[in-house]
Design a binder for this molecule. Sequence first.
Ligand code: GAR
Length: 197
Amino acid sequence: MSIPVAILISGGGSNMVRLVESMTGDHPGRACLVLSNDPAAGGLQKAREMGIATAAVDHRAFKGDREGFEKALISEIDRAGAQVICLAGFMRILTPLFIGHYAGRMLNIHPSLLPKYRGLDTHARALAAGDSEAGCTVHEVTAELDDGPILGQAVVPIRPGDTPEALAARVQVREHELYPLVLRRFLSGERERIFLN
Ligand code: GAR
């Protein structure tokens, strides 16, 4: 029996596509739902084209009631039977209500080498700091923002003249390698960190 995985997105869903594509054959997981807080998220259409069930819970309808929004998300996720949650460019801050419900079974991808640059604008901050390398991290989600045990990281060299956009594009290439690899290992019970150079 494969493990049903829900993937939460807010935008174009390029990481989501890679995760869905990876879950075939002898992979321990299968995508059971792609869920967005934005009904217009481009990734929802891509998921439908791949034959994956989709849903949207528009956070704006909850007018700041974060827990009400999260209860609606939980209801969609649990109705789909998901056992593991992958946040893949899901741009809403989650409260302990949601995080506690999926404790130990929720992953996130973040576009920096955590613990550096939690939050937003990670690439601009790495460039402003004069860093020589950037990258991405997949970690377990805990109550602190962009915290939680690190499961994998990929390093991307910063080049002279890099812009945040150019760096983001190169980091995304590595995100697409790292996230499927970490998810497969996680679903197989593997918790040791991996590093891609
Ligand atoms: C990804 O680069 C991911 O690292 C980032 O959003 C992008 C989503 O792209 N996540 C965060 O910034 C989370 N704080 P995608 O929709 O094409 O996968």
